[in-house]
Design a protein around this ligand. Structure first.
Ligand code: EPZ
Length: 424
């Protein structure tokens, strides 16, 4: 197996450039097949989730050409299959965006239940409720979700019961070619929802209101190919901001949209971190001790749940007692036990984790429990005395492009090694 080995105690200093947003990319790539034409997608992150979702398109009959590391061309003119293979679907959550994309183009789709990080039950009832409102028949057999419509999809008013990024995206995909007007109420407002809407509109769709909680989609008969560049990754940027602050470093993070970073910047400033905003960059530096703070994760524009494990690390070395209340997922604290192996003092009760700041952390063997939990292990290892090994790094590589390269360039000491499976 492959592991990361981190020699802690190095201060990060320099410049890091952020890649394209993972959660936008994994929605925009499926969306391209709605065009039935050729789309060029730029600023893609070089991560395994992008390869897997591209593989799914290829399996369905699309031609996907890698133009460069961050650019692909998707020719979906010959897509002829509407059933995603079990093998590919189970590797990632976003495979379920093929439901909306295939339904929207072909009026039918069969997609196995998706994989992805485990945070307790991850229901898809809101997706199915929305597809049914658009006129689809839904079914679930042997773990495969099926959607069909004989009469074609019809626009509808859909009021989501919970704010769901995935359901909002899937219903946008399903509705762009439906007949008439679809209104999604209680829509998610994340930056990648806006990015998807912009991409759909660049293919000729009529999507308005993305970024607010009401999205209106007027169905169009036909879409066409487009060239589109994906927004920068808010969570990748936030992860490096916290790594810089935790190590008492001075790092400028390039290729970001500072507005997307506001909820994260605000908390870091509250903790005593200095943040300087530029047009498309942020400089993060810290020379003072960290102060404790409290965070509640919420859908955008609240503090992102995908940043809470990284935030936990910096809280664990702040003066005083900090807390995180998880407002999105029922169980997103599995990583805390791993942090405790490095000396973090934490308790978890239901959806609340409390961190009592300690002077220092000490290296040990830990594992990535999920993607962002894995990023937290890397940051914790950077500030631990001595060596830390991190296993199950495939979680991390699903969503962070060239993480080691980027951190090593600013002074971190990290190695990727292949070790025997029973390595201790
Ligand atoms: C997306 O997951 C992201 N994944 C997650 O990021 C992120 O944590 C999450 O949004 C919240 O921001 C991708 O974009 C691929 P939701 P998603 O539907 O869409 C409940 C990462 O680390 N819910 O917004 O699956 C659900 O249980 C990943 O990059 C229902 O009850 O999340 C949760 O409590 C991990 N019924 C809440 O809504 C439904 O039908 C929000 O889930 C759907 C969701």
């Amino acid at each position: 197996m492959d592991i990361f080995v981190v020699e802690g105690g190095k201060r990060l200093e320099g410049t890091i450039t952020v890649g394209g947003a993972k959660n936008a990319a994994v929605a925009i790539i499926p969306a391209a097949i709605l065009s039935g034409d050729i789309c060029r997608i730029e600023n893609l992150p070089d991560i395994s989730d992008v390869s897997v979702i591209s593989q799914i398109l290829i399996q369905l009959g699309a031609k996907v050409t890698q133009i460069s590391k961050s650019v692909i061309e998707i020719d979906s003119r010959n897509v002829n299959c509407t059933q995603v293979s079990q093998e590919l679907a189970k590797n990632m959550r976003a495979s379920y965006y093929m439901l909306g994309a295939l339904l929207g183009r072909f009026n039918r789709a069969k997609v196995p239940m998706p994989g992805g990080c485990y945070f307790g039950v991850r229901p898809i009832d809101q997706h199915l409720k929305g597809f049914e409102a658009l006129g689809a028949k839904t079914g679930l057999r042997d773990g495969v979700i099926s959607l069909t419509t004989d009469k074609g999809l019809k626009g509808a008013r859909i009021s989501l019961d919970v704010v769901s990024v995935g359901a909002t995206i899937n219903l946008m995909l399903g509705a762009v070619r439906a007949e008439g007007l679809t209104i999604i109420e209680r829509a998610a407002r994340e930056p990648h929802i806006v990015d998807l809407a912009n991409f759909l509109n660049s293919m000729g769709a009529d999507v308005r209101g993305a970024g607010t909680d009401v999205i209106k989609i007027r169905g169009v008969k036909k879409l066409h190919g487009a060239t589109y560049s994906i927004i920068p990754d808010q969570i990748e940027a936030g992860t490096y901001m916290i790594a810089a602050a935790a190590t008492g470093g001075d790092v400028t993070i390039n290729n970001i949209i500072p507005k997307h970073m506001e909820s994260i910047s605000r908390k870091l400033v509250e903790m005593g971190v200095e943040i300087y905003e530029y047009d498309d960059a942020i400089r993060v530096t810290r020379s003072r001790p960290l102060k404790a703070c409290n965070v509640t994760t919420m859908p955008h524009p609240g503090f992102p749940t995908d940043m809470q494990p990284q935030m936990a690390v910096i809280m664990s070395i702040a003066n005083g007692v900090s807390s995180i209340t998880e407002g999105v997922w029922e169980n997103r604290f599995q990583y805390v036990e791993q942090l405790c192996r490095l000396g973090v003092k934490a308790t978890v009760q239901g959806r609340v984790a409390t961190f009592e700041g300690v002077e220092k952390l000490v290296g040990n063997h830990v594992r990535a429990t999920d993607l962002r939990g894995g990023a937290a292990m890397v940051i914790a290892a950077l500030i631990s005395d001595g060596e830390t090994s991190i296993r199950d790094i495939y979680h991390i590589e699903r969503g962070y492009e060239r993480l080691i390269d980027k951190l090593v360039r600013v002074g971190a000491c990290i190695d990727r090694r292949t070790v025997p499976d029973d390595y201790e």
